[in-house]
Design a protein around this ligand. Structure first.
Ligand code: SAM
Length: 269
C-alpha cells in the first residue's frame, strides 16, 4: 500500500494504532488496512463495539458543552485522537468563539491531521505529547502559550487512560495534571470498564493484545473512581457513558446497564 499524504514517514503502516483503530470504528478515513482488520476483529467478538465509540464521542460533546457552560475558556484535550465529527474546538467555540483548545496526542497521524484542520484557527493548536510523561507534556503545553495556567483549565482525558497499564500508573498521571491547574479547573474522564460486561471486556482486551499488540486495560468502577480522588465529582458522578447527563434519545447509543465505558467530570475546589 502506498503511503497516503496524511501519514508521516515515522508511522509504521504494519502496526495498528489505537488512534487509527478508533477512527476505523467511527467510519473515518485516516486508518490503514491493519487498523481496519483490528476493528473488524473486535466487532466480530462484540458486535455493538461501534456504538461504544459513538457513545464515547457523545459523552465528549456533552462534557465539553457542560464545561463551556460553567465558564471554562481553555481546554487541554490529551489523547485527542484523529479529528472527527464533533471535535472539541467545534463544540466549545460554538458556545464562545474565544475559547482556546490545545490538542495533545502521542500519535503522529492524529497530530498532523489536527494541525491540518486548524490552520485557520488561531485559538486552537495540536502538539505531540505523551501522557505517561506529564512533566514533559506540561512543558510542551506551556511552550505553546495557548493555555494560561493562572486561569481554570478543562483537562480532557477521554478514552485514553485505559491505554496506560497499571505499571504506567494512570492515577498518578491524573494527579500530576491536578497539581498543574488552578482551583476552578475540571477534569473529564471516560474509561473502558470490566464492571458491567466482564466477558466482553476480557475478549476485547485479549483481541487487542493478540491481534494488534496494543494493551487495553479495562478497569473496575472503583479503579476508575480512584482517578477522581482529588477532584470533587460533578453530578451524577462516575456512571455509564450514556448516563452522564444525556440530553436526548440521540445520546443513548448503548443499552442502559450494558455500557463498556464509564465516565465522570470532576472539579478542583
Ligand atoms: N479522546 C478521543 C475520543 O475520545 O474521541 C480519542 C480517543 S482514542 C480511543 C485514544 C487516543 O489516545 C489515541 O489517539 C491515542 O493515540 C492516544 N494516546 C494513547 N496513548 C497516549 C499517551 N501515552 N499520551 C497521549 N496520547 C495517547
Amino acid at each position: 500500500m502506498d503511503r497516503p499524504a496524511w501519514a508521516p514517514e515515522s508511522v509504521d503502516m504494519q502496526q495498528a494504532s489505537p488512534a487509527r483503530m478508533y477512527d476505523a470504528l467511527l467510519g473515518g478515513s485516516h486508518n490503514f488496512e491493519i487498523d481496519r482488520k483490528a476493528a473488524e476483529a473486535g466487532k466480530r467478538l462484540v458486535p455493538d463495539l461501534p456504538r461504544l465509540a459513538l457513545s464515547n464521542r457523545a459523552f465528549l460533546r456533552r462534557a465539553v458543552r457542560f464545561l463551556a457552560d460553567q465558564g471554562v475558556r481553555q481546554f487541554l484535550d490529551i489523547g485527542s485522537g484523529i479529528p472527527t465529527v464533533g471535535n472539541v474546538h467545534e463544540v466549545a467555540q460554538s458556545v464562545d468563539p474565544e475559547i482556546r483548545v490545545l490538542y495533545a496526542d502521542i500519535d503522529p497521524v492524529a497530530v498532523a491531521h489536527a494541525r491540518a484542520i486548524l490552520v485557520d484557527n488561531d485559538k486552537a493548536a495540536a502538539i505531540e505529547a505523551d501522557l505517561r510523561k506529564p512533566d514533559e507534556l506540561l512543558a510542551r503545553v506551556r511552550g505553546t502559550g495557548l493555555i494560561d495556567f493562572a486561569q481554570p483549565v478543562a483537562v480532557l482525558l477521554v478514552a485514553v487512560l485505559h491505554l496506560l497499564s497499571d505499571e504506567e500508573r494512570p492515577v498518578e498521571k491524573v494527579s500530576a495534571l491536578y497539581g498543574a491547574v488552578p482551583a476552578g479547573s475540571y477534569v473529564a474522564i471516560s474509561h473502558l470498564t470490566s464492571e458491567l460486561r466482564p466477558e466482553d471486556a476480557g475478549k476485547l482486551g485479549r483481541n487487542a493484545a493478540d491481534v494488534t499488540r496494543v494493551g487495553i486495560h479495562f478497569r473496575s468502577k472503583d479503579g476508575i473512581s480512584a482517578m477522581f480522588d482529588q477532584w470533587e465529582l460533578v453530578e451524577p458522578g462516575v456512571v455509564e457513558l450514556p448516563a452522564w447527563r444525556p440530553e436526548s434519545e440521540r445520546d443513548l447509543y448503548e443499552t442502559p446497564g450494558r455500557s463498556l465505558g464509564l465516565a465522570g467530570v470532576g472539579r478542583k475546589v
